[in-house]
Design a protein around this ligand. Structure first.
Ligand code: FE
Ligand code: CA
Length: 522
């Protein structure tokens, strides 16, 4: 099933009210301002078919994103020249009380994407924004700044999500998320899948595996044409990090899962994937890629209530040990050279957590930290693509949590298309030690198609892994409500993803109390 294009309509084109003076001065001074004349392009089709997005908010600014793409699935359809885009941000939904405005150049070398860092905003409040090019206006997006750095807000409501394979399911869960009106959406990776089109899927990638820059751009554009995804982007600011499929399945640093691929061509391809990723996400200029490198790890504070430590466990990791897969731990698992974070990111994280006063420290990252035995019976098998494949670094981090230099560590993860609530401790998996942190792993939004509430051998999984307090294999996302006294996670699941209109359920809810790591059923 292919969704029709042109589904996205601006809420109200008349809402984009320019003063006569602004039109006149822009027309008269455009050449003088930017050094070369830029004609206003005529568009055969609506140029904002990919919608709008915002992200990486702080207490006085936020990134506003769009990309001009009248022909989004075939390279974008823009002329190979820079185009001036106007933007404005307002204090009201009706776009009457303008707070800031400006112009930005959409450049062909960046696929006519724009990333505006709108600043001078008030802390802890909603804003509405819109773009205009020529006579065309974008949909109106809603975004929010974070509270002042030294304030302690009463509450933060955010949702986290991952793994939105386009072919295997509809994004109905985003429709439910939008109704919850979260302050923030955190995406933990697999925003796109790079693979070729598959059989018996409900909608199609319609292309081969992504290799070229155009491939990755068209794939991002295809995903962004989904109306539910667009609406959620237009409904709240997002914090994003990637996992493997934004580039290549199970990649580890410069090492491909395919043995015949050498590091150099692999890094060349990574540069293209990272560039297309940046072009399509509301990221700050500090994340602009340089060749095959792109800085995605960052701290995003929400007043003193929470620090989001957004991590990148793909770009700097060492190769999966023991030939990847679910394996009994071989010697390499315990090697001090094994790393998911890389030394620089790990030092940054631990030094940063030493200094923070945040009540909750959220590790927003890709892969499960819980050491879960995935093999039924006396044999043991851990996932070598996740933290248990990198046990030395995993224990280093858990021992750091045990030292309590940062308050209330909570790990959030995605990647494995299933829900998990886990208790974490350096020795907790064999029940000798204390719980020092709590982990919530969110299921996929759509990847894997319709799920099941109780996966096979669920009882055995629980009896062999007492640190796992909940496991489920439906599709959905996790909603979190965070106050100074407690953290609450609701596992939200949809009943199906292969046809529209799925209702939503809350499959389980857990509370973590301030100062008391571990899970309590809500
Ligand atoms: Fe995935
Ligand atoms: Ca076992």
């Amino acid at each position: 099933m292919n969704l029709p294009l042109h589904m996205v309509r601006p809420h109200d084109r008349r809402a984009f009210l320019y003063t006569i003076g602004l039109i006149a001065s822009a027309a008269a001074t455009k050449g003088a301002l930017f050094g070369s004349a830029r004609r206003v392009p005529y568009f055969d089709a609506y140029p904002f078919q990919l919608g709008v997005a915002s992200g990486d908010p702080d207490h006085e600014s936020v990134v506003l994103w769009t990309r001009l793409a009248p022909d989004p699935l075939q390279g974008g359809g823009m002329p190979l020249e820079p185009v001036e885009v106007r933007w404005r941000i307002c204090a009201d939904e009706g776009m009457q009380r303008e707070v800031r405005k400006g112009t930005v150049i959409a450049r062909p070398e960046w696929a006519h994407s724009v990333h505006v860092e709108a600043s001078g905003l008030q802390p802890d409040r909603w804003y509405w924004y819109q773009f205009k090019v020529g006579n065309e206006v974008s949909p109106v997006g809603r975004t929010r700044t974070t509270p002042l750095p030294n304030s302690t807000p009463d509450q933060l409501r955010f949702a986290f999500v991952s793994c939105q394979h386009y072919e295997s399911g509809l994004y109905t869960a985003y429709e439910h998320m939008l109704r919850e009106a979260p302050d923030l959406v955190v995406h933990l990776g697999d925003y796109i899948y790079e693979g070729k089109t598959g059989d018996s899927q409900i909608r199609k990638h319609s292309s081969l595996e992504c290799i070229s820059l155009d491939d990755y751009r068209n794939r991002h554009a295809l995903y962004k044409t989904d109306p539910a995804l667009q609406a959620m982007h237009a409904g709240a600011p997002w914090l994003l990090t990637w996992d493997d499929h934004e580039f290549d399945n199970n990649c580890a640093g410069d090492i491909s899962e395919e043995l015949h691929v050498a590091p150099q061509p692999f890094l060349k391809r990574r540069a293209l994937a990272y560039k297309a990723y940046y072009e399509h996400m509301p990221l700050r200029a500090s994340s602009m890629p340089r060749g095959p490198h792109m800085n995605l790890y960052r701290r995003v504070p929400y007043g003193r209530l929470a620090d989001f430590w957004v991590l990148d466990t793909r770009q700097y990791r060492s190769d999966q040990p023991c030939d990847d897969g679910n394996k009994p731990p071989c010697e390499a698992v315990f090697s001090a050279d094994g790393t998911l974070l890389g030394r620089e990111q790990r030092d940054w994280l631990m030094k940063g957590m030493d200094r923070t006063h945040a009540k909750w420290n959220v590790l927003a990252q890709q892969v499960m930290m819980g050491r879960v035995d995935r093999k039924v019976g006396p044999e043991i098998a851990y996932s070598m693509d996740q933290w248990p494949g990198y046990e030395a670094e995993r224990r280093q981090l858990l021992k750091y949590f045990a030292a309590k230099r940062a308050q209330n560590p909570v790990v959030i993860a995605g990647d494995i298309h299933t829900n998990w609530a886990n208790e974490l401790g350096p020795d907790y998996d064999d029940l000798r030690g204390a719980v020092v942190a709590t982990e919530f792993v969110g299921t996929s939004l759509s990847s894997g198609g319709n799920g099941v509430a109780a996966p096979k051998d669920l009882d055995k999984l629980h009896s062999e892994n007492p640190s796992v307090k909940f496991h489920n294999a439906e599709r959905g996302y996790v909603s979190c409500t965070v106050t100074p006294k407690q953290w609450r996670s609701d596992f939200r699941t949809v009943e199906y993803v292969t046809r529209p209109g799925a209702p939503i359920n809350t499959r389980a809810s857990f509370i973590v109390e301030d100062g008391r790591p571990g899970l309590q059923r809500a």
